[in-house]
Design a protein around this ligand. Structure first.
Ligand SMILES: [Zn+2]
Ligand SMILES: [Zn+2]
Length: 409
């Protein structure tokens, strides 16, 4: 076992925290072909790489990892696939990190063969454990940050989650190269990344706790926006108004019926303000066990959506006075305030289908935004059509849920 392999194992944790297969593929490919590349071929791990391919750098392993990496690359851009892989990749990441660490130890240890097998085995075990453990912790820290972003914007209306995904792809390629050529630098980077992520996670946790106060009846912490306590169901005095990103505002909510609809529009329980799941109008709140769309009847929710429409259309028209930039700002507002409260209650299939249809239309609308005058007409018209499409779908989904509930009773 070389010190370089140990440093590589430590540094690799920051890459495996983000992806399962890509860091493994890039590491294997660099170990196999890196020594032939001028300038970097004699640096770091590449200098010590054994000449004969082992299992980790074999053709078969490289092909399998390449195919899985490409599937991962594309899959991470599709929210529906991402939701699914999130539930399993927290286990897959440490496993792949461990296998890669083992592959690196064996590929870079010239004495690894035959008689030295037992010796190399016990030493490499330490490296493998460090890689797996470090990856598990870093992946957990990263999940805290992404979970917070998804909580604020469950539908990724602002494309922040998508932006992070592309950023991580770049980080994979650059990081994998640095990891092999300068393992010490990458090991130090991991410490920096870990400290930053841990601080962010702690700050977010504290902030979440500050958003709560003890229930006056039972003492269990309740959200400041909550209408009733999740634990004892007692009503809470003067719930705070809820912001666009689900955060409590400084003033109390004026109208309770509108406040409940607003909470539901931010994917929060209309009673206890706990987080709900996206795309399931029949769900029970995990915290207080109530049915959100029983607390806010379908009729009431649709009326609330309609009340948001005219303000949004007026704003889009006003912002059109600034060509191009106005449309960009208006789009963010429309997506967050008008469209997200409808999209988040649609099932996955419908949500994806409409998104792609409207995406094409949005580019066409964007294309005329440099023309003052027509830009306002087109932008307002497009916003109206978008609203109608989603409004109709939400109406259908809520109607079906009402029928289902009636047949159960
Ligand atoms: Zn209580
Ligand atoms: Zn609840």
């Amino acid at each position: 076992m070389t010190t370089l392999a140990l440093l590589h194992a430590i540094g690799s944790c920051s890459l495996f925290a983000s992806r399962v297969f890509m860091p493994a593929f890039l590491t294997a490919a660099l170990l196999r072909f890196g020594p032939q590349v001028p300038l970097i071929g004699a640096l770091g791990l590449l200098d010590t790489t054994a000449s004969n391919p082992i299992w980790f750098t074999s053709d078969a392993c490289l092909w399998v990892l390449l195919v899985l990496s490409l599937a991962e690359l594309v899959g991470d851009k599709v929210p529906e696939v991402r939701d699914f892989t999130h539930s399993i990749d927290i286990y897959a990441k440490p496993v792949l990190a461990a296998l890669t660490a083992l592959g690196v130890v064996q590929a870079t240890d010239a004495e690894f063969a035959g008689s030295a097998l037992h010796h190399a085995g016990s030493a490499s075990l330490i490296v493998v454990f460090i890689a797996a453990g470090g990856t598990a912790v870093t992946a957990w820290l990263r999940q805290g940050l992404l979970g917070w972003i998804e909580g604020l914007d469950p539908d990724d209306s602002l494309h922040l989650r998508q932006f992070i995904s592309y950023g991580e792809d770049v980080w994979m390629v650059v990081g994998a190269l640095v990891l092999v050529v300068l393992p010490l630098l990458m090991a130090l980077t991991l410490v920096a990344v870990g400290v930053v992520l841990a601080l962010v996670r702690k700050t977010l946790h504290d902030q979440e706790q500050r958003g709560k106060q003890p229930c006056p009846i039972c003492g269990v912490p309740a959200y400041r926006c909550a209408v009733a306590c999740a634990s004892c169901h007692g009503s809470l005095p003067q719930p705070r108004a809820v912001g666009v990103l689900g955060q409590p505002k400084d003033h109390a909510a004026a109208d309770l019926a509108i406040h409940r609809a607003q909470l539901l529009g931010r994917l929060r329980c209309p009673s206890c303000a706990g987080r709900l799941r996206i795309g399931d109008v029949g769900q029970r709140c995990a915290a207080c066990q109530q049915l959100p769309f029983e607390l806010v009847p379908a009729e009431g929710y649709l009326n609330y959506l309609d009340s948001q429409r005219n303000t949004a259309l007026a704003l889009v028209a006003a912002l059109s006075l600034v060509p191009i930039l106005g449309f960009v700002v208006a789009s963010v507002y429309v997506q967050l305030v008008l469209i997200a409260p409808m999209r988040i209650h649609l099932p996955v299939g419908r949500r994806t289908l409409v998104k792609w249809g409207l995406r094409v239309a949005r580019w066409l609308v964007f294309a005329v935004q440099w023309l003052p005058g027509p830009n306002a007409v087109v932008a307002v018209g497009f916003t109206f059509v978008q609203f109608r499409v989603y409004r109709r779908m939400v109406g259908e989904v809520l109607g079906q849920e009402q029928v289902r509930r009636a047949s159960r009773e």
